[in-house]
Design a protein around this ligand. Structure first.
Ligand SMILES: C[S@@+](CC[C@H](N)C(=O)[O-])C[C@H]1O[C@@H](n2cnc3c(N)ncnc32)[C@H](O)[C@@H]1O
Length: 244
């Protein structure tokens, strides 16, 4: 009798341990899953699918490829915030679209603006909007002022009147304020001023710029054709259907 009681107790304890282990394992599984999901949601990849512009325009090139591919850059990279891959992607995209009208949100030191200028035709009208022009250094200001096809606007993009730009722009570059509300407003304006067959490009799609990252992840729910260019923080909405 005693023997049987001991045996039953051992079996009971064993079953108890087994149950606890299963529960624990489940907890670990769930935690791992959550961690994975969390890491994925916060990874550079985000939720927008990644693509290269086209195989022959892979952004994984070094600076000399810019020249080999007939794209121009300035040797002076001080004004430029983009990585080489980003610059290459942006300029490849510019070459393919060959825009006659460009609107830029956020000029800062004029890095992207100068690249738009030297890689587009003299007929291309380029508008650039920034709340301040204080970051432009003298030499860049001189270059910009000598090009009548460039129009600089000094204004808060949240208050700027876009009515005269409605559906006029071949390329809109959204790289202004990175706060969620600013990106949202700039993007809504970008969607209004872009031509029906135009292209919108956003910079700084990365978790470190949570305003841009969260807004674009949300926009992706209603615009599933948004594309995140590989190795860059560039996101593109291509109504021209020429890029991918
Ligand atoms: C990332 S920088 C632009 C960089 C530039 N596109 C380049 O690639 O060289 C962002 C710029 O947006 C401007 N900005 C921020 N909030 C703004 C707003 N509400 N209206 C207009 N410009 C704004 C800042 O002054 C800053 O110069």
């Amino acid at each position: 009798m005693m023997k049987e009681l001991i045996k039953a107790t051992i079996i009971f304890v064993y079953i108890l341990k087994l149950c606890k282990r299963v529960v624990l394992l489940k907890e670990i599984d769930a935690r791992n899953k959550l961690t994975q999901l969390f890491q994925w949601a916060n990874s550079e990849r985000g939720v927008i699918p990644q693509r290269t512009i086209s195989p022959e325009h892979s952004p994984s090139f070094m600076i000399h490829s810019l020249f080999l591919n007939g794209l121009k850059t300035t040797y002076d990279q001080r004004a430029c915030l983009q990585t080489t891959d980003e610059l290459f992607a942006l300029l490849s995209l510019l070459k393919i679209i060959n825009p006659k009208s460009i609107f830029e949100f956020g000029m800062f030191k004029g890095g992207s603006l100068i690249h738009f200028l030297i890689n587009s035709s003299e007929q291309t009208m380029i508008h650039s909007l920034d709340i301040t022009h204080d970051h432009l250094d003298h030499s860049i200001k001189t270059i910009l002022n000598n090009h009548p096809n460039i129009k600089l606007h000094k204004a808060n993009s949240m208050e700027f009147n876009f009515s005269s730009f409605s559906k006029t722009q071949d390329l809109v570059y959204v790289d202004g304020g990175h706060e969620y509300e600013v990106v949202k407003k700039d993007s809504e304006n970008a969607l209004n001023i872009v031509k029906e067959n135009g292209v919108i490009v956003w910079d700084d799609y990365s978790p470190s710029h949570s305003g841009v990252f969260n807004y674009l992840n949300q926009l992706f729910l209603t615009k599933p054709n948004l594309v995140h260019i590989k190795n860059t923080s560039i996101v593109v909405l291509d109504y021209s259907h020429r890029l991918f």
